[in-house]
Design a binder for this molecule. Structure first.
Ligand code: UD1
Ligand code: CA
Length: 461
């Protein structure tokens, strides 16, 4: 969008969060609050975005990267003071400037578009996005005259008891004519309860100067909530979670219980997939179509193909191809790739392992730093002994190999194609293709010997 600028305020400490983490970096559905705001601007194609940073400036910069420009507010003297730090960037520009706060993560691009359209249609100097809250405590109130025109905004702490009865609040989201904003900013003082320079004063300043100041009432008040403490953080999380889940359902995903399904903002899911309760899908997870995920599946940064079943399992930074089944009770750690049609069963841990097409690791195994070929059967209790106390070593198992139960594969070691390892073996040498390896003590039977052994409970007559 040309001649549309945005300033996002993100310099505050967020004292009310009582946290080491700066407020705007607290995640809502897995994404820092301030990034929700900048992503919304990006979705609207607003390219000229300045983020005002102060507390935790480096951390905010690291989270948002190079997509936005930064202005530093080294001392937090209020929201108008914060916007003033962006003035060098705005000076000389025409058009409209959005002002947004980094602590209103729920705001949608649709609402911003409506606000902008209204601002432009009204040809206003300033347009405030407002909302009506049953409990407006803490928010700035919109003061109108009898004709209903917006006169100014009064902060909760500065409001008279009568003004506090007003339930129409300032969401902290505004459109300003850029040049008029710059002029108004020069007149803001800090003569108020908090001794701060308030951006909200620009509204009254412009109105007093005879400029047109209007309000656009948000259709969905919940979307405009500001997050100042952890109670509001949890409310924002719940709202965003239901919104994300609803979007997936509209796209053809079945979510049995949206209230207990946790899908982060950037996850994608194919149609006709069913998500069962207690499931967490995090980060850049991508799920294909026709999958059954859950109950109780926890996936972070995992790519899942079509027709996959995952139940009661934790998967991290891994890839799962089509028609694989994982769980119940499996732990798939980073760097794992499970090829099509493979089966990973109960109490199996995989780490940095490649499991070939159609191979099975059905129960009670640890497969780490390994390459398992196609159509391999890994018997119950198989362990890759990958760590010698100093270094990790690799295990390679060829196609169609059969590893008997309770085998230790002491890496580095290679089992050939079609090879067979007898149950209970401890393998520390390579096994050639098509060979049978047996590496265990031979069994000895001693006839009649049992009677000579002491046994407490023998023949209790
Ligand atoms: C602000 C508004 C209030 C509105 C509410 C909506 C002002 C004076 N008040 O109050 O009218 O109803 O938001 O949620 O604007 N920040 C800076 N530098 C500063 C101070 C704040 O960058 O010097 C940033 C904060 O990081 C935060 C945002 O500005 O992201 C808003 O500040 P906050 O202290 O949360 O304001 P509220 O008291 O919520
Ligand atoms: Ca706030």
């Amino acid at each position: 969008m040309s001649n549309i600028h945005a300033v996002v305020l993100a310099a505050g400490q967020g004292t009310r969060m009582k946290s080491k983490l700066y407020k705007v970096l607290h995640p809502v559905c897995g994404k820092p609050m301030v990034q929700h705001v900048t992503d919304t601007l990006a979705a609207m194609k607003v390219e000229d975005v300045v983020v005002v940073v102060g507390h935790g400036a480096d951390a905010v910069r690291a989270a948002l990267g190079e997509r936005v420009t930064y202005a530093l507010q080294s001392e937090q003297l209020g929201t108008a003071h914060a916007v003033q730090q962006a003035v060098p960037h705005l000076a000389g520009k025409e058009g409209v400037t959005f002002i947004l706060y980094g602590d209103t993560p729920l705001l949608s691009a649709d609402t911003l578009r409506e606000l902008l359209a209204y601002h432009q249609a009204e040809q206003a100097a300033a347009t405030v996005l407002t909302a009506t809250f049953a409990d407006p405590t803490g928010y700035g109130r919109i003061i109108r005259n009898e004709a209903g025109e917006v006169l100014r905004i009064v902060e909760h702490k500065d409001a008279t008891p009568e003004e506090r009865l007003v339930r129409e609040i300032n969401t902290g989201i505004y459109c300003f004519d850029n040049q008029k904003l710059l002029a108004a900013l020069k007149q803001v003082n800090n003569d108020n309860a908090q001794g701060e320079y308030y951006i909200t004063d620009c509204v009254g300043i412009l109105r007093d100067a005879g400029e047109k100041v209007v309000a656009y009432i948000a259709r969905d008040p919940d979307e405009t909530m500001g997050v100042n403490d952890r109670v509001q953080l949890s409310q924002a999380e719940r709202y965003m979670r239901l919104r994300i889940n609803e979007q997936h359902m509209r796209n053809g995903v079945t979510i049995q219980d949206p209230a207990s399904t946790y899908i982060e903002a950037d996850v994608t899911i194919g149609a006709d997939t069913t998500i069962l309760p207690g499931t967490h899908l995090r980060g850049k997870t991508v799920i294909g179509s026709d999958c059954l995920i859950g109950p109780q599946a926890d996936l972070r940064d995992v790519t899942v193909g079509d027709g996959v079943t995952i139940s009661y399992a934790v998967l991290v930074e891994s890839a799962v191809e089509a028609n694989v089944s994982v769980g119940p009770f499996a732990y798939v750690r980073p760097g794992t790739h499970i090829a099509a049609g493979a089966k990973i069963g109960d109490f199996v841990e995989l780490k940095n392992a490649r499991i070939g097409k159609g191979s099975k690791v059905p129960h009670l195994s640890y497969i780490g730093d390994a390459e398992i070929g196609e159509s391999v059967n890994i018997g119950c209790g198989t362990i890759t002994v990958n760590y010698d106390g100093a270094k990790k070593h690799k295990t390679i198992v060829g196609d169609q190999a059969f590893i008997g139960c309770n085998t230790n594969l002491i890496a580095p070691v290679t089992i050939g194609n079609n090879a067979y390892v007898a149950a209970g073996s401890t393998i520390n040498q390579d096994v050639p293709d098509d060979a049978l390896a047996i590496a265990r003590e031979r069994q000895v039977n001693k006839p009649g010997y049992a009677a000579k052994l002491p046994r407490k409970q023998r023949n209790q007559e």
